[in-house]
Write a protein that binds this ligand. Structure first.
Ligand SMILES: [Fe+2]
Ligand SMILES: [Fe+2]
Length: 163
């Protein structure tokens, strides 16, 4: 497989992998926080969740449709199914964050479930799916994905296929 990269030397696979790590870091920052103000404490978690929703949108709407169905049929089905699980877990987390008097332990437990799901998802997606982003997307498609990764927004009301 050939690996292409832009003038920063970062391949699309690397850029998406980097975003996985940034999302994990936001959730972990929430878990480690001793910030007494719940709104301030929740900020990195809310940021990670909105980044994850947009990340899933870019994968499902922009990247995955360009990947070869033959070798990736089954792995992509697994990715769509796991995106659905992640999405529902984020919905549960958002509800818990908004519920007055919700024990912080419940929110933290849901965060840990989300981190476990992400670990199981990303450790398959990175080696199995991502190499194809660099080998099977045309330079124009890669440029579009790069552009959206930098400033694309989740369309209002979009939910993933298996939410
Ligand atoms: Fe991903
Ligand atoms: Fe994914």
């Amino acid at each position: 497989m050939t690996q292409t990269s832009d003038d920063t030397g970062v391949s699309l696979a690397d850029a998406f992998t980097h975003e996985h790590h940034a999302i994990d870091a936001g959730i972990e920052e929430y878990l480690a926080s001793t910030q007494p103000d719940p709104l301030v404490r929740a900020a990195p978690l809310l940021g990670a969740m909105s980044a994850l929703r947009r990340h899933i949108y870019l994968e499902e709407e922009i990247v995955f449709p360009h990947l070869p169905r033959g070798p990736l049929m089954m792995p992509l089905m697994v990715m769509y199914r796991e995106h659905g699980e992640l999405w529902r877990r984020m919905d549960a987390l958002a509800d818990r964050l908004q519920a007055p008097g919700q024990p912080a332990d419940d929110v933290a437990a849901t965060c840990r479930e989300l981190l476990d799901l992400l670990d199981a998802h990303n450790t398959k997606e990175e080696p199995v799916i991502y190499p194809y982003m660099d080998s099977d997307l045309s330079p124009a498609e890669q440029a579009e994905v790069r552009h959206l990764l930098a400033d694309g927004e989740l369309p209002q009301g979009w939910v993933c296929q298996k939410a």
